[in-house]
Write a protein that binds this ligand. Structure first.
Ligand SMILES: [Zn+2]
Length: 347
């Protein structure tokens, strides 16, 4: 195991806590400031047991308050469009530059936007434009709501003419089933995904999917607070598997819908999904550019810089602990590649 690997394993939590409690980071930021851009990638800001999002993509509201205060105190937090403009022009970023982004459009993001506003930070919120409150359920949350209601095991699904059997015998199998079905949804076209969703709904019976997404008035309020609103497609497909016609529609229609509802240009895009599953291709990036977006972020865990492709911007995945965030920003940046995290594959 490499020296860095050793730091990240057993001793890591204690080392990270000691580093955060010392003056090391503040000296380090002054002596050797970051010249690159850390685009932080948040999702839900809720308790990990809230149920509507994978626990691996949840940061608790208390932790988020800490993150926001720490970033405000120690970093040059830029609005993403401002950072993108600097990268495009080739002008120097301020030292220790950070941009804060959120994927999906969870209802809890309104409170996160208010926290950012209170400490004077900008943020970018990527909205799944067809899945706001009262519209089509956001499928990753719907799967999580339906699986506990399925009474038979195994669950039989037909995916593009192929039978898939998913055991639901105990809690471990049910958690695995959520991952398996999520992968099935990502691996198929949008019509095939909708067929799978219908089969799952029939198997679950009458289940009310709890509302967990923002309302349009919330998004408008976030915009009034100075936040940037970006697109995360209409229905969160895995774009390379959606086919060119549907992928183009998802990209274009999300922009048109957001602009119609909000009355301002929407220029930032975030590709849904990530990690091991192929979630973007040069062809998909071309569709994003063709639709008029100025930049797009990925889930590739790294720092962005002048050498980045503006339609494939790297981000830094964020998890609960402030110690981990500070470690990623100050130690992993030296190691060039931030540590890949296991939940990177989630939405
Ligand atoms: Zn997403």
């Amino acid at each position: 195991m490499s020296a860095l690997g050793t730091i990240r394993s057993g001793a890591a939590p204690r080392v990270k806590s000691l580093l955060l409690g010392s003056r090391f980071y503040s000296v380090f930021r002054r002596v050797l400031p970051s010249r690159r851009l850390a685009i932080l990638r948040y999702h839900a800001v809720c308790s990990p047991d809230a149920g509507y999002a994978d626990p691996g993509i949840c940061v608790s509201p208390a932790a988020f308050e800490q993150h926001a205060a720490y970033l405000a105190a120690h970093y040059s937090v830029l609005a993403l469009p401002e950072a993108v403009a600097a990268l495009r022009r080739g002008t120097t970023l301020p030292p220790n530059a950070v941009a804060v982004t959120f994927d999906d459009g969870y209802a809890d993001n309104l409170a996160a936007a208010r926290v950012l506003h209170r400490v004077g930070l900008p943020g970018t919120f990527y909205i799944t434009a067809g899945c706001l409150a009262g519209e089509q359920p956001f499928w990753p949350a719907e799967i999580r709501a339906l699986i506990p209601a399925v009474k038979t095991s195994p669950l039989n699904l037909m995916a593009d003419g192929r039978s898939v059997q998913i055991p639901l015998g105990d809690d471990v199998q049910r958690r695995a089933a959520i991952r398996t079905i999520s992968r099935l949804f990502k691996a198929h076209s949008i019509p095939a995904r909708e067929s799978l969703r219908e089969q799952l709904r029939r198997a679950a019976g009458a289940v009310r999917v709890p509302e967990c997404m923002l309302r349009w008035e919330d998004v408008a309020e976030m915009q009034r607070l100075g936040m940037t609103i970006g697109s995360h497609t209409v229905t969160h497909p895995n774009l390379p598997n959606a086919g060119e016609i549907d992928a183009r529609r998802e990209v274009r229609d999300s922009k048109a819908r957001l602009e119609r509802e909000l009355g301002t240009p929407v220029t930032m895009f975030s590709y849904p999904n990530g990690g091991a599953e192929r979630y973007m291709t040069p062809e998909v990036a071309h569709l994003v550019r063709e639709a008029g977006f100025e930049a797009a972020t990925t889930s590739r865990n790294a720092f962005a810089g002048p050498d980045s492709d503006l339609y494939a911007l790297e981000r830094v995945q964020v998890s609960e602990r402030l110690e981990d965030l500070a470690f990623a920003l100050e130690v992993e940046r030296i190691a060039l590649q931030p540590h890949p995290r296991t939940h990177e594959v989630e939405p």
